[in-house]
Design a binder for this molecule. Structure first.
Ligand SMILES: Cc1cc2nc3c(=O)[nH]c(=O)nc-3n(C[C@H](O)[C@H](O)[C@H](O)COP(=O)(O)OP(=O)(O)OC[C@H]3O[C@@H](n4cnc5c(N)ncnc54)[C@H](O)[C@@H]3O)c2cc1C
Length: 221
């Protein structure tokens, strides 16, 4: 049954809700709007819960829209989202935001679920000429790793801060950025994830000579 639709939102039927690793879900629902890769939407379950923001994590040509979220155990919305099943409804705003992907060479930098807009950009055909650097704690948290590894023209680097794994930089993403010699000065840098990471990486890039105007940020708070 559809609850009364909150103002400014559209009801969308849930198609799938997959827990891709502990407490991280890939939620897919009907698509009422077109969007640009990198945009976000606000989403709720009823008029009593203020909407939360989620980056779209699916391609612009997909039939449905997906988001990637981690469950905050003390949170209001995400424990309820985790219980959704096919046939339930979510309420979403039209897409918005200026963190937009392009065909130009660029460096994509994410921590945790901050990978979401880059899933959208890559699924939308913008993965060529990109370097993706994903930071997480353990190997299980590199969401969509196989998908990114298979994209021609995309260099995929993952940094695990806990544990030791093959084909992985074993250390924090910021340590990797301090050590690497390949930070092109004339490309755009897209940063997405928690505020601490985005601020630290932005400072580090500026120290390394990247022009401020080449740094775009999407902060999940
Ligand atoms: C631009 C933007 C894009 C975003 N995109 C994404 C995305 O793609 N994926 C994603 O997962 N998130 C994203 N977020 C974050 C998202 O909007 C929500 O903030 C998040 O999902 C938590 O929602 P919630 O209702 O479960 O938690 P909230 O109820 O909003 O709680 C927020 C935090 O407070 C803590 N908290 C709340 N109440 C208590 C309490 N009583 N005691 C202790 N702790 C408490 C919760 O554990 C949680 O950590 C984005 C945010 C922004 C600003």
């Amino acid at each position: 049954m559809i609850e009364s639709t909150p103002v400014g939102t559209t009801a969308c039927k849930v198609v799938a809700n997959e827990e891709i690793t502990d407490n991280v879900h890939y939620l897919t629902f009907e698509r009422p709007y077109d969007f640009e890769a990198g945009q976000l939407l606000s989403l709720t379950l009823n008029a009593n819960i203020p909407p939360r923001l989620y980056s779209i994590a699916s391609g612009t040509n997909n039939d449905c829209i997906s988001i990637l979220f981690d469950v905050k155990p003390e949170g209001t919305l995400t424990p309820l989202l985790a219980k959704l099943a096919a046939g339930d409804f979510v309420f979403i705003s039209p897409p918005y935001g200026s963190f937009l992907g392009s065909n130009e060479p660029a460096v994509w930098i994410a921590t945790g679920t901050g990978i979401a807009p880059f899933i959208s950009m890559a699924q939308s055909g913008l993965g060529d000429n990109k370097t993706l650097i994903h930071g997480a704690r353990t190997i299980n948290e590199f969401y969509f790793a196989h998908f990114f590894e298979a994209i021609k023209g995309l260099t995929y680097i993952r940094c695990a801060s806990k544990g030791s794994y093959s084909n992985t930089y074993n250390g924090r993403l910021t340590a990797y950025l301090r050590e690497t010699s390949s930070l092109p000065l004339n490309e755009k840098y897209y940063l997405c994830g928690n505020p601490l990471m985005v601020n630290e990486v932005r400072d580090l890039l500026i120290e390394r000579g990247i022009p401020f105007d080449n740094i775009l940020s999407e902060i999940f708070f």
